[in-house]
Design a protein. Structure first.
Length: 285
């Protein structure tokens, strides 16, 4: 469990470092499913450890504790899924994030609501508070007000991050991964904000936003749009809702034909069988 946790931590750090070092964004995109595979592996090992831990007070810990340093890791992994056009994998990530994280976070929940229907109303605060709390008003603002609010958020982002684990990391050993407001970029994509007024702001990964917007077109149907009114979803073991092609939300996405009332398959994943969410493959007939 400990070794798989270390690999999971390192995998998201590799994504951050690759971006800061100027790697091609397609290279980052290619690595993301592998990184999520390491997160899945750690989740499995952590659950097995939890199930076999004899001391009750040693059980029930989250994979990534949102009130602690796990918040930064979850924030980056979630934002990279959006910015690297792997939104189809977010349901897999949701299960990892939700595990034993009983306290909910305002920013994380607002983002996850785009990808999972029926989540409870998000709280009006963030577990790490600053800088993330200041993003919440962007979600509730009128579209015309969002560019100015995001510019304000970015202007104060680094100073407001002074209690975060990455703050001042350029002065410490080899822990510096670059200073980037990943959430500002992800929110810009999710809310389709015109970023022309803050495109040159420090800490804003403008090229990732441009990549994400283009990649949603280039990688269809592997890309994934946030929940739409005409989208259907079903779990493995459920009866099929409609005769059509369905695409798994997994690594890598698989397409299967189902007849209405067929039972949805439990799809294989790296020699292990797991339940996966499915969404309808929308296409021209």
């Amino acid at each position: 469990m400990i070794s798989s946790r270390r690999i999971a931590w390192e995998s998201v750090d590799i994504l951050s470092t690759m971006y800061s070092a100027g790697h091609d964004l397609d290279e980052l995109r290619s690595f993301y499913p592998e990184a999520l595979g390491y997160w899945n592996l750690y989740a499995e090992r952590n659950i097995a450890y939890d199930d076999n831990e004899p001391e009750e007070n040693e059980r029930g810990f989250p994979h990534f504790a949102l009130p602690g340093d796990g918040y930064d890791q979850v924030n980056r992994m979630l934002c990279f899924a959006i910015l690297l056009a792997w939104e189809s994998l977010i349901p897999t990530l949701i299960a990892i994030i939700d595990f034993n994280n009983h306290e909910k976070d305002g920013l994380v929940e607002r983002i996850l609501a785009f990808y999972e229907e029926g989540r409870p109303a998000p709280p009006d605060d963030c577990l790490r508070h600053l800088p993330y709390f200041k993003t919440l008003k962007i979600f509730s603002a009128a579209p015309s007000d969002r560019p100015a609010l995001m510019a304000e958020y970015l202007a104060d982002w680094y100073r407001a991050s002074r209690r975060e684990p990455y703050y001042n990391s350029h002065t410490r050993d080899i822990s510096f991964l670059g200073y980037w407001s990943w959430e500002a970029a992800a929110i810009t994509c999710l809310l389709d904000i015109d970023d022309s007024s803050y495109a040159q702001a420090p800490f804003y990964p403008k090229d990732l936003v441009d990549f994400a917007r283009q990649a949603r077109k280039d990688y269809a149907p592997q890309g994934f749009d946030p929940i739409a009114a005409n989208e259907l979803r079903a779990k493995a073991g459920d009866p099929c809702l409609k005769t059509d092609q369905w695409q798994s939300l997994d690594m890598a996405p698989q397409v299967h034909d189902y007849q209405q009332d067929d039972i949805m398959d439990n799809l294989p994943f790296r020699k292990r069988r797991r339940k996966h969410f499915l969404h309808e493959q929308l296409h021209e007939k």
